[in-house]
Design a protein around this ligand. Structure first.
Ligand code: PLP
Length: 369
């Protein structure tokens, strides 16, 4: 039987990571230092160095990375944070859990916060802008930084989908006061469970985040803040340390897969292809096309053994848990929700698999004529 073409091939990756990882896990388990030990510290140093940031704080997941960064910056009750609705719900939950209110604005043609819409969303309560580097590409950071500077607002970046993406040569996650990452297994740098990190050049924020992730403790049993229990697991840190040196090559491979899709699908009537923002290096966490008859195409692909997904079928402001935000109208976000489709893209995809997926997409639209 022909194998399905999947969104992520974890078993293939595990075979590739192989025995050296097992050996590292074995010594970690034998050493018995399971919480905030040498692996978390080494990963934090390595990830900060990789991005060119001064500090990194490993935390439990991406949601809490954003929440802790906002709390650390003193964003809370009565404050507004401007962000997008076309994201994982965690982006907005993190703002709410910090005690602040998300204000959703519409996106540009790259699915990112549209800087042109920022100024009219700013009020006396606005404290921060939270752009999301969605799908593996950086938002329009030059324009966002200009507005933030003019209005003295902080920037906290949701870089949960953008490990290794750059904009004008600088890594996504290093433009604002804090950059927040998720290492959810499907991410470009993924753990074998939940994990996240905050990066910053701000020493005071770094020190606060260290406490906030660990129940607000300054040292053992001395609690100066009301924090969370959101420590990056040592076990996940062992895996992340092992995978970090492979991130560049994995992203390069993702870009090759994307380039092949683009060359095979360009000119196919009905298929909108992902563009690369000027100055940006996309790392294709997702390869998102925009198409009419999206749901029918998904079914067609599935029938022929190809998985696909929609990121995101329901924008945050339309979710039941955000019913108070129903009055927000975001025309582009709402339109993209109906058109976007994520095709499989991962470092282990073969050229034959890319050709097969692109061939099916082409056939679907040719038969539609
Ligand atoms: C854009 C975005 N923000 C935030 C998150 C939350 O990360 P986590 O699932 O690690 O809490 C995710 C991950 O799913 C994400 O894709």
């Amino acid at each position: 039987m022909k194998q399905r073409i999947v969104m992520n091939d974890f078993s293939r990756e595990y075979r590739d990571l192989g025995k050296p990882l097992i050996k590292k896990l074995d010594s970690f388990l034998a050493a018995g230092q399971y919480i905030l030990g040498p692996n978390v510290a080494a990963f934090e140093r390595g990830f900060a160095r990789h991005l060119g940031s001064k500090y990194c704080v490993g935390v439990g997941n991406g949601l809490e990375a954003i929440q802790i960064a906002l709390m650390g910056l003193g964003v809370g009750k009565g404050d507004e944070v401007i962000t997008v609705s076309n994201s994982d719900v965690a982006t907005a939950l993190a703002i709410l859990y910090a005690g602040a209110t998300p204000v959703f604005i519409d996106v540009d043609e790259y699915y990112h916060l549209d800087p042109k819409l920022l100024e009219r969303a700013i009020t006396k309560r606005t404290k921060a802008i939270l752009p999301v580097h969605l799908f593996g590409q950086a938002a329009d950071m030059s324009a966002i930084l200009d507005v933030a500077k003019k209005h003295k607002l902080m920037i906290v970046e949701d870089a949960c989908q953008a490990h290794g993406a750059t904009y004008k040569g600088k890594y996504a996650g290093t433009f604002g006061t804090a950059g927040c990452f998720s290492f959810y297994p499907t991410k470009n740098l993924g753990a074998a469970g939940d994990a996240g990190a905050i990066v910053t050049d701000n020493k005071a924020l770094y020190e606060k985040c260290l406490m906030l992730r660990n129940r607000g403790a300054k040292k053992r049993c001395v609690h100066v803040l009301r924090g969370l229990n959101s420590r990056l697991d040592e076990l996940q840190a062992v895996i992340l340390r092992h995978k970090l040196p492979r991130l560049r090559a994995a992203n390069k491979r993702r870009r090759e897969v994307a380039a092949r899709y683009i060359s095979l699908l360009s000119g196919v009537a009905g298929v909108g292809l992902p563009g690369e923002r000027q100055g940006a290096r996309h790392v294709y966490h997702q390869f998102v096309i925009s198409v009419p008859h999206r749901d029918k195409l998904m079914k067609y692909l599935s029938m022929h053994g190809v998985d696909s997904l929609v990121h995101y079928p329901v924008p945050i402001h339309w979710q039941e848990s955000f019913s108070g935000f129903r009055n927000t109208h975001l025309p582009k976000t709402e339109r993209y929700t109906k058109e976007m489709l994520s095709l499989p893209v991962h470092p282990y995809m073969t050229e034959a698999q890319v050709d097969a997926v692109a061939g099916l997409v082409k056939k679907f639209f040719c038969n539609k004529k």
